[in-house]
Design a protein. Sequence first.
Length: 270
Amino acid sequence: MTDRGPDEVYSKRDRRADRLRGRRDGKLRTPAYNDVLAMVSGEGVITAPYPKYLQNIALDEMAEELANFVKRSKPRLESLEVLRRRYTNTKKDLERASDSVSGAETPLTDEELLPRSRAEVRPDQAVVLRSRREAARARRIAAAHGGEAALHEELNELDSRIAETEQAVRSDFVLAQTRARQIGARSAMRVAAYWEHLVLAHAEGTYLAPLIKYTSQVLPSWVVEPAVGEPESLGQGDYELQHVIERVRPEAREPESGPGTEPEEYEQSA
């Protein structure tokens, strides 16, 4: 596993190594023209050991990016679980508080209007008694509404924190995807340089050039999947390898006509 950053530019050292390897394999006629023809007519996939080696390095770096994302997102996901539990419990409390508001707003009953002291028994205290009961009822209603409003505010705050945490995980996943695509792009540049210089040094390079017009990046499917759904599902599951076509422009002059198939008819995998 390399310790270079995923956004590193194609270095002169790597470019020199890829060109030298391409020229060396070209002089050795590896792969031979007949072997390339067989690959094209068979699976339509052109391969060679060195490009496979470069792609394996890239896949290892992408796997490291995914592992780093999972490691970074673990504390956030744990916090998200706590927030969601609090949200569920607060929502239940809010339902109970709403029931309390309804209870508090119930009109005074005859039982509540009964006198509770000798002073309230007096006939001239009937209006005062009702006023006292209505005041007590108003206080109960205000307290119930206050409790309900506080829980509403807490629920909204939790909802915002949950959304922010979920978005932070998704943003981190998109960042990992971007870094992985950069790794793939750098690998594709190296593979392209290899093929270009192999054609230049190959004894049959003039005939190989029309066949090696396209190569492809190999990307795990997690790199191109939409960052949607539950944050816990991002970066999880079994992923397949996908190919992204890249144009290769060999410097050797291509013949006007010659053996081989049109590049559009096959996907070349480095």
